[in-house]
Design a protein around this ligand. Structure first.
Ligand SMILES: Cc1cc2nc3c(=O)[nH]c(=O)nc-3n(C[C@H](O)[C@H](O)[C@H](O)COP(=O)(O)O)c2cc1C
Length: 357
């Protein structure tokens, strides 16, 4: 099967630059829609990726085939799971899903900065709504990969009523997903980030907790890189108190000089990394049982090594996947293979131990 992986990396290496040239000549959102459409049509045709048992990783009681996942927002409507799980991703997170369908903000709302391998989006949780997305999730070909669902509130839902949106989404999606994420960190829904403050988050955790008692699934909260340190500490406190399984850090960052919306990719690396390192320390000091999923400006194997050295494990990517294509994932596997051999380790746990020495 090594031969299969080899030919697929070459296939992506050859075809992706060609595809990217065409896609990058188009409006960014149009290109995104066409890509999702193609992935949807091709998904069933691709064979499974042969995973390497050395890269398997256990977290939150789940078995990940490798620790690199796709972040939320690329497959908002859970239409391309069959394609995405055929790639060397260990997990795929779909959404953000809101209870009712919503159109999102006015277009244009997705912008590229190719030289800086970065994106700016002010999408505003455009999605088909929970009813349609739940059907897509139920019918998806998942290839035994871990599937996360990212949950958000509708724009028309007031912050006071937000706990109900999250509770109802948890109830609907918990039976069909491996983990769920409370997302209150998008900069594109007015007032949403206010819910990251202690009182707002507590009410959401409280409402979701009553559903979680009936059907227990791993649950995480996704935070913003623009939060003050004391706000991050308070999230860690609540995660410990409500026994959440972890934190996803981070969402996009606001850079006013670039315009409205959230910035992702290399322009986010420093801020996201600082946020992650602070959270990892806080989680360690508070003896938290939760994990940290690292996302935000991770665009190379060296970025992953930084994260693993700092104490992280599972990581997600989005922008780098757009700029570098699927070959990036095969290259990460090849670099891991070299590191494993160099360090004489045979499991991912041993590898993490060795990089943290
Ligand atoms: C176009 C776009 C849409 C996104 N939509 C969502 C979303 O719906 N929910 C969410 O939690 N994060 C969303 N994100 C944020 C990503 O999941 C990720 O946290 C962020 O892009 C940082 O990672 P990156 O630097 O690897 O892109 C979106 C990002 C982009 C670029």
């Amino acid at each position: 099967m090594k031969g299969t992986s080899f030919s697929f990396i070459n296939l992506y290496k050859i075809t992706y630059p060609f595809f990217k040239n065409i896609a990058f000549a188009m409006d960014a959102e149009r290109a995104h829609e066409l890509t999702i459409h193609s992935m949807k049509s091709l998904g069933g045709l691709l064979p499974d990726h042969k995973d390497d048992p050395r890269f398997h990783f256990k977290a939150m009681g789940l078995d990940f085939k490798n620790p690199i996942g796709l972040a939320a927002g690329l497959d908002k409507n859970a239409e391309a799971i069959g394609f995405l799980t055929a790639l060397p991703f260990g997990f795929v997170e779909v959404g953000t899903v809101t209870p009712k369908a919503q159109a999102g903000n006015d277009k244009p709302r997705l912008f590229r900065y190719p030289e800086e391998e970065s994106l700016r989006n002010r999408m505003g949780f455009n999605n088909f709504g929970s009813e349609v997305i739940l059907e897509n999730v139920k019918n998806a070909r998942r290839r035994h990969k871990i599937l996360g669902v990212n949950l958000g509130k509708n724009k028309v839902t007031s912050n006071e009523d937000a706990p109900k949106d999250y509770a109802v989404l948890y109830k609907d999606f918990a039976p069909y997903s491996d983990y769920l994420v409370i997302n209150v960190s998008s900069p594109n829904t007015p007032g949403l980030r206010d819910l990251l403050k202690d009182a707002g988050l507590r009410q959401i955790f409280e409402a979701v907790d009553s559903e979680r008692k009936k059907n227990h699934k791993p649950l995480l909260v996704k935070v913003s890189p623009d939060m003050a340190l004391e706000e991050l500490s308070s999230v860690v406190g609540l995660v410990n108190e409500y026994k959440l399984d972890g934190i996803i850090a981070t969402n996009t960052t606001i850079m006013k000089e670039r315009g409205e919306g959230g910035i992702s990719g290399k322009l986010l690396t420093k801020k996201a990394r600082e946020t992650r390192e602070y959270l990892l320390k806080e989680m360690k000091h508070s003896h938290s049982e939760g994990i940290l999923i690292g996302v935000g400006g991770i665009s190379s194997f060296d970025d992953l090594m930084d994260f693993w050295r700092a104490g992280g494990g599972l990581a997600q990517i989005y922008s780098a996947f757009i700029f570098q294509g699927p070959a990036m994932l095969f290259e990460i596997e090849a670099r891991l293979d070299l590191e494993f051999k160099k360090r004489g380790v045979k499991t991912f746990e041993e590898f993490l131990h060795s990089v943290r020495l």
